[in-house]
Design a protein around this ligand. Structure first.
Ligand SMILES: NC(=O)c1ccc[n+]([C@@H]2O[C@H](COP(=O)([O-])OP(=O)(O)OC[C@H]3O[C@@H](n4cnc5c(N)ncnc54)[C@H](OP(=O)(O)O)[C@@H]3O)[C@@H](O)[C@H]2O)c1
Length: 255
């Protein structure tokens, strides 16, 4: 197993939720970390470099790739965390082309564009790790508003596998982490909203969400720190490439 000490690490979406925990964990392990989001909300650990970007655009991805070259002199580990869905309710028929493009531009294209810019340097050095954060929805889509998101995550997963086949023989490992429900601040706010609407407690509303997901055998969502722990482990596990690691408390009902 290698170490993260002095590794140059890019984390996308590192200001909130899972990304913020990944940044904290990488920093604590001694890595040199650059992260990006549209704006800096809250504080980052000391010496972590923040670059403002909109990753849904080619220009935003180019800004980040340039910053990685200029400020870190290259990259050893890329963790693509940014992603999500803000699609309207109403089912597949309200997901117009704009919504589909939004889903793909947020959940697939940033990884494609950043890898295309940065992975050649890894290949040249014959080493590096790329971790794509997808979702169990890539395999087990929920109905309705997240249809485009789920399809985009499935595409990300397929792309990740393909990339792993191409560049693992050249020394660059490519892995996927697929979370189920994670209790991020945004998820907590969402549950609080449901609770307020229904006149329920937070725990009652949370149980309702878990039921809607078909149940979580572990009885709770994952914590952002637990997802970051898995990512940090994969970053230094030299024997692993081309695989998907599901962290969903057992939500997916098959092995
Ligand atoms: N939360 C869950 O239950 C869950 C479940 C399965 C999979 N996932 C996946 O796990 C990953 C992390 O999810 P999360 O819930 O932790 O996310 P989150 O709390 O919503 O944080 C998203 C991060 O991405 C940044 N971001 C958003 N839009 C951006 C843009 N256009 N350009 C650049 N950065 C942008 C955000 O900062 P700004 O808003 O300031 O830009 C923030 O730092 C995502 O890929 C998500 O799909 C999450």
């Amino acid at each position: 197993m290698s170490s993260l000490q002095n590794r140059r690490v890019l984390v996308t979406g590192g200001t909130k939720g899972v990304g913020r925990e990944v940044v904290a964990r990488m920093h604590a392990e001694g890595a040199r970390v650059l992260t990006t989001a549209r704006s800096l909300s809250g504080e980052l650990p000391p010496d972590v470099i923040f670059v403002s970007s909109d990753l849904t655009t080619a220009a935003g991805c180019a800004t980040v790739a340039e910053a990685v070259h200029e400020r870190l002199g290259g990259v050893d580990v890329i963790v693509h965390v940014a992603g999500g869905s803000s699609a309207p309710a109403g089912g597949f028929s309200v997901l117009d082309d704009v919504e589909w493009e939004r889903a793909l531009n947020f959940n697939l294209m940033p990884a494609v564009r950043l890898d295309r810019a940065l992975a050649p340097g890894m290949v040249e050095r014959g080493q590096g790790v790329i971790i794509h954060v997808t979702s169990i929805q890539g395999r087990l889509p929920l109905p309705a508003s997240t249809t485009a998101y789920a399809a985009a995550k499935a595409a990300l997963s397929n792309y990740s596998k393909s990339l792993s086949k191409e560049i693992s023989p050249k020394g660059v490992r490519v892995l996927r982490v697929s979370p189920g429900w994670i209790e991020t601040e945004a998820a907590t706010a969402f549950v609080n909203e449901l609770a307020a609407k229904a006149g329920h407690s937070y725990e009652e509303a949370k149980a309702g969400v878990m039921q809607a997901l078909g149940g979580i055998p572990l009885g709770r969502p994952a914590q952002p720190r637990e997802v970051a722990d898995l990512i940090a482990f994969l970053a230094i596990s030299e024997g692993l490439t081309g695989q998907e690691f599901i962290i969903d408390g057992g939500t997916i009902p098959v092995a």
